[in-house]
Design a protein around this ligand. Structure first.
Ligand SMILES: Nc1ncnc2c1ncn2[C@@H]1O[C@H](COP(=O)(O)OP(=O)(O)OP(=O)(O)O)[C@@H](O)[C@H]1O
Ligand SMILES: [Mg+2]
Ligand SMILES: [Zn+2]
Length: 279
């Protein structure tokens, strides 16, 4: 249907103090925003996600939501992005999409959502192993987006190529001071002997960059995917208390006790002066 206010031109005439002017019609602004949302590639499953429907039933979720709102409201005047870390189903992607949607709605920024594995797959599809380059057309929007959500960082096992490619993207965005929101299942423990740590999944250089360009937030809670729709905040809180020490991928109850002890205290078998072994 043609807009009655502007007759489909996108401009409407105004008359103020006897002076005739034209200005952008609201329908034009709505169309621009709709296009920006479409271009952002938010997966259908997450298109409803916003801050209002994010349940912050414990302290870690309250803090994460508050920091995410702060970033979204400050954008583009923000100097660091976010790194949202936690076990499956706690709401990391939900919160990252909420930031993205708020920013697009409020500032008409060019934002982009990518699952890290999908992104690598797309880049790979244009990669030429002979000249060792990828078509720049694929990378440009990812590097230049005002806001990028890179979902599930570390999910793809690091090879030299993956590390190089992700470092290029992240370094370019860092140098241009563009904001990135990451999500990951891998805990940020500075232990290179722990294969399930962020460090091992993304490499030393990437981890160090991430710390410079992001605020790290850990989300703890129940796996929302397994909960009935009518679950209360109180029940969610109880569940998350019960699951506190379990369920972290790689670091938790699934790991046999001796390996865990060693992971925490890599020097436990050192001989100390005076014959004291370990601590
Ligand atoms: N705190 C929450 N409040 C409201 N909805 C939530 C919350 N946490 C998760 N959900 C919903 O549960 C589903 C799974 O959440 P989400 O995908 O954000 O989890 P995730 O932490 O990204 O998990 P994964 O590590 O598997 O990627 C989504 O539909 C999301 O909207
Ligand atoms: Mg996710
Ligand atoms: Zn109009």
């Amino acid at each position: 249907m043609t807009c009655p206010a502007c007759d489909g031109t996108g401009w409407k005439a105004l008359e103020r103090d006897g002076v005739r002017r034209v200005e952008r019609c609201d329908c034009w602004r709505e169309q621009v925003t709709a296009r920006l949302f479409a271009d952002a590639r938010i997966p259908r499953r997450y298109q409803h996600c916003d801050f209002a429907n994010f349940r912050d039933y414990n302290e870690s979720l309250k803090r994460a939501k508050a920091r995410a709102i702060k970033l979204a409201e400050a954008f583009p005047a923000a100097d660091r992005g976010l790194f949202l870390e936690g076990s499956p189903g706690v709401g990391k992607t939900h919160l990252a999409v909420a930031v993205l949607r708020h920013v697009v709605g409020a500032t008409s920024a060019r934002a982009l959502f990518y699952d890290t594995r999908d992104l690598l797959r797309v880049i790979r599809s244009t990669y030429d192993p002979v000249v060792r380059t990828t078509e720049v057309e694929v990378l440009r929007p990812v590097m230049q987006a005002d806001l990028l959500v890179l979902d599930d960082l570390g999910a793809e096992k690091t090879t030299e190529w993956v590390e190089e490619t992700l470092n290029l993207i992240v370094n370019t965005r860092y140098s241009e001071r563009r904001i990135t929101v990451f999500t990951s299942n891998y805990p940020d423990i500075p232990d290179e002997t722990e294969p399930e740590s962020l460090l091992c999944r993304v490499g030393v250089r990437m981890r160090s960059r991430l710390h410079e360009m992001c605020e790290f937030l850990e989300l703890r809670g129940a796996d929302f995917r397994f909960q009935p729709a009518n679950i209360t905040d109180k029940e969610l809180l109880e569940l998350s208390e019960m699951n506190k020490d379990r369920g972290r991928r790689g670091v938790g109850a699934v790991r046999p006790a001796p390996a865990r002890a060693q992971m925490r205290e890599p020097h436990a078998d050192l001989k100390w002066p005076g014959g004291r072994a370990g601590t």
